[in-house]
Structure formats: C-alpha cells, structure tokens
Design a protein around this ligand. Sequence first.
Ligand SMILES: Cc1cc2nc3c(=O)[nH]c(=O)nc-3n(C[C@H](O)[C@H](O)[C@H](O)COP(=O)(O)OP(=O)(O)OC[C@H]3O[C@@H](n4cnc5c(N)ncnc54)[C@H](O)[C@@H]3O)c2cc1C
Length: 521
Amino acid sequence: MDTDVLIVGAGPTGLMLANQLVLRGVRAVIIDRHAGPSLQTRALGVQARTLEIYAQLGIVERALALGKRGTGANIWAQGRRMARVPLGEAGQAVTPYPFILILGQDDNERIMGDKLRELGLSVQWNTELVGLAQQPDGVTATLKHPDGTSRNIRAGWVAGCDGARSAVRELSGIAFPGAPYEHVFFVADVGATGSMVADEVNVYLWRKGFHLLFPMRGRDHWRIVGILPPSLRGRDDATFEAVIPSLRTEAGAGLSFQACSWFSTYRIHHRAAARFRDRRCFLLGDAAHIHSPVGAQGMNTGLQDAYNLAWKLALVVQGRAAPALLDSYEDERIPIARRLLNTTDRAFRLIVSDSRLAGLFRTKVIARIAAFGLSRPRLQRLGFRGVSQTAIHYRKSPLSKSLDGPPAAAPRAGDRFPWLRLKFRPDGAIEDSFQQLDDTRFQLLLFGQLSPPAGALDPGDLLRLHVIPADPVNDAELARAQIPQPSFYLLRPDGHVGLCGARLEIAAIEHYLSERLHLRE
Ligand SMILES: Cc1cc2nc3c(=O)[nH]c(=O)nc-3n(C[C@H](O)[C@H](O)[C@H](O)COP(=O)(O)OP(=O)(O)OC[C@H]3O[C@@H](n4cnc5c(N)ncnc54)[C@H](O)[C@@H]3O)c2cc1C
C-alpha cells in the first residue's frame, strides 16, 4: 500500500481532512489537479463552529488576525434599515467566537496549507485523479500529470474532496440529483462608501432581488453579491459598471465606488449526492452537496464533513476500530446536507423569486418579520445557533445513546457538547472547557459524582477522564447549560456527545465503546 488515505482535492475540505488525519498519525497523500492554491476569495463567511475546530488545530489566532469580525447583520428595504441582528450578544454564551468571521476562502486555504506543511505534509499539485479501481483491501487510483504521464497509486481509502464536478463521485457511479437555479449571480470585490453599517453584514432587499454586502479586510472594502439585473442576463460581457445603476437604485443613490478588484458571474446549483460512500471511497464537501450561498454555509459544511470523518478513519486505519464505524459518516452527514439544502433552497427561492407577490413579500413582510423577530433575544439566539452551525446534532445517529432519559433541556447524545467555563480542579482557576478538551481522544466528563475506583475503567490512551469538582462556580455554570447533576457525558473526539446518563456505569461505557463504536481491545 502506498498510503493509508488518498485525498483528492486541496480545497478547504481536503486541506482540513489532511490536517486532521496527519495530526492523528495517519499516512495520507493529498493531490490537486491545479498548479497551486486558488487565488479566488469565493467563500467569505467562517462560522463559529469552524473557528472552534480551528482552535483545536492551533490556527484560530491566525484566522482571527487576518479576518474581520462581523458582529451584526443589518436588513434594509426601501431605503430604510429595518432590522439589526446583534450576532455578538446572541452568541456570547454559546461559543468563544460569537460572530461570523469574514475571511476569504483563499486565506482559509493558505492557513490550513501552512499548518499541513508544518505537520510534515505538502499538497502534490498538477496531479489529477483520472481512474479508480476498488479491491476488497484497497483502491488503485490512476493519477495524471500535465505532461501527459500517468501513474498508479495504491491507497487503503480514498476521500473525494474534489468539488462539485467530483471525479471520485463520477468514477464511483454516484448520482448527484438536483438542478441549477435559473438566476445568474454576480460577485464583486469593491472599494465603496454609502449607507452600509461599517464592519457589519448589510442585506438590501428589493422588489426584484437582493444585494448582500460583506465587509472585507481594510477600509471601505466590500464584497457584493447579488442577482444580475434582467437586462444583463444571458450576456457573457457583463461588467461591474453595468450593475452599478441597479445597485444605486436599490442600495442607495449615495453609493460611490472607488475600484473593483474582482468581478464574476455564476450560476448556482442545488444538488446532493445519492450516497456519500462507495465501499472504500468517500465524498465530502462540494463533491457531496452544493447549494445556494444563503447563510454562508457551503465551505463550513465541507470542513465539518472532514472533521466528522477524520477521527473515524484514523481509528479504522490504525486497527483500533472495525470498519463498521465508518458507516456512521454517511448516517450522520447526509441528513445534515439534505436539511441544509432544503432550508437554503426555501430561503433562496423566496429572496430570488421574480414574482410581484414575492417582491412585495421581500420588501414589506420579510423585512417586518425580521425586524420583529430579530429583536427578540430568544429568536436571536436560535438564529445564531443555526447559522453558526453550533446547533448541528447527530441525535438519530447509531453512535448516539442517552441513558436514563436526560431532562428535556439537557444536552443529549448527538449534540455538540456546550461550551463551559469550569473549575476542572478544586481550588483551581476557571478554565475554558474547549481548551481543556483534546480532540484526538474521547473525553469522559463526570458531574456531581466521584471518580470511579482506581482500575475500574481502563481508559488507555484513547480516553481522558475529567471529574468536575463540586464548587459554586461549577454549579452555576452547569445550571446555566442545563446539565443535570449527577451526570456523565462521554464525548467523541469531534466534541459531540456519544453516550450520556446519570450515574456512571462502567459496563455501559464498555458496551458502548465495543458495540456502538466498534472499538477493538
Ligand atoms: C462565487 C462563489 C461564492 C461562494 N461564496 C460562499 C460563501 O460566502 N460561503 C460559503 O460557505 N461558501 C461559498 N461558496 C461555496 C464554497 O466556495 C465551496 O463550498 C467550497 O469551495 C467547497 O470546498 P471544497 O474543498 O469541498 O471544494 P473546492 O473548493 O471546489 O475544491 C476542490 C478541489 O479539488 C480539485 N480537483 C477537482 N477535481 C480533481 C481531480 N480529478 N483530481 C485532483 N484534484 C481535483 C480542484 O482543483 C479543487 O482545488 C461560494 C462559491 C462560489 C463559486
């Protein structure tokens, strides 16, 4: 075998997977058909859940230093600011990163690529996957180079992170049902001044469409996304100058533009692969699902696909878990992709529909509902949890088991375990739970109960035990997060709860590890 895992595609999804696998000691090869990293910004919004993963990987500080924190979103209609969503307040109890980080995809790729090199792996550029043949114990991949030469490589597993036109998906015969939207979109990076609230996302709704303005690094630097005006549709020569009149009409006559550094038009599809796996080949990121840019979810979802698969693949490659564990990748990630497709599709159709009724709805009703709903802290929190991807859960996964039916509001099996500030040692300082938890292992957290007797649980190097001491600070924090006492939570390496219950039962833990996770002794 030449490598344990062949990663096809060095976009954000492939780079995240490569980092996670190498960090876990897996031999991986990562290839890309392009000559080098992409220079296009493309995705811009980095969600809180992604930043939490970046923190575990040790790259969050660099991302924060390079990006711009969008702490609010403003909705405009008919020249008036109708609503403001204060992301900072809505998310401050949820995550250490209560904002959307505006950081271009090219910067995200550079940061992950640098980290990967630091861990000892580089992307093999100019290398295109053109053939796949699966055997019971591995996959033979045929790789082609620009000079026309080709070679075969044998890998235990193949990860298709190769984007919307995925060769892995096509060579595996996996269908990609869906359709393109009829509208053509434009994207422009410009220097601009106008009514926009600085450093915040600005959404301008109008009768015939919308304009989204994202603040970019530097002063008066904006990314504008919108629908191409009807008069420009079907033309290949559309320019930014040609869309300025519609922008001025809808987003304010006072808009003035200094320079446009990037302008592009594109059509969007909504599609999800029928399966995310064919035996030893997996699909992740845009290879598995593509949807409208509403909510800035695309890149973030691909990164989470990689985070979900990496720890499972590492355990299987290292012989510590049976391959049956890998079935849970598709079980967990297909429902997320389908839900995302449905919600972004519905929202998208509403904001792009050409009908007069939809136009009125957009400018009168949506704006008012938004103004009303988004002024309610509870709805703000719900909205933040959804968009930030911190609410994603795997409650229906075969890997999720809640014993003793926890109270309805308590975190349960499948949830991302909440962010807490706790004293991990009696008389110790208050610490950030996410900094205490190590995503290369399982974590067993005990609340309101004593440590099991020495030797009762043999955690080995895969499991870390945290017995949270009784303390008024801890009691208050656990009450806030609705975590009952006594309780125990067994967290998977990706921070989701695998098993939970009231009093710790060693036999239940052992049974869970062997029967649900298929871990080997
Ligand atoms: C204009 C635009 C704006 C967008 N805005 C947003 C946004 O605001 N927020 C958001 O979350 N998402 C946004 N997206 C979507 C986002 O860019 C994608 O979701 C993201 O790029 C997916 O990453 P990926 O790594 O899965 O795929 P990609 O980024 O497409 O990477 C796939 C890689 O695979 C390589 N490859 C392909 N075939 C082969 C092969 N046969 N052999 C070897 N290598 C191969 C390609 O060269 C490429 O580098 C936007 C997309 C576009 C086009």
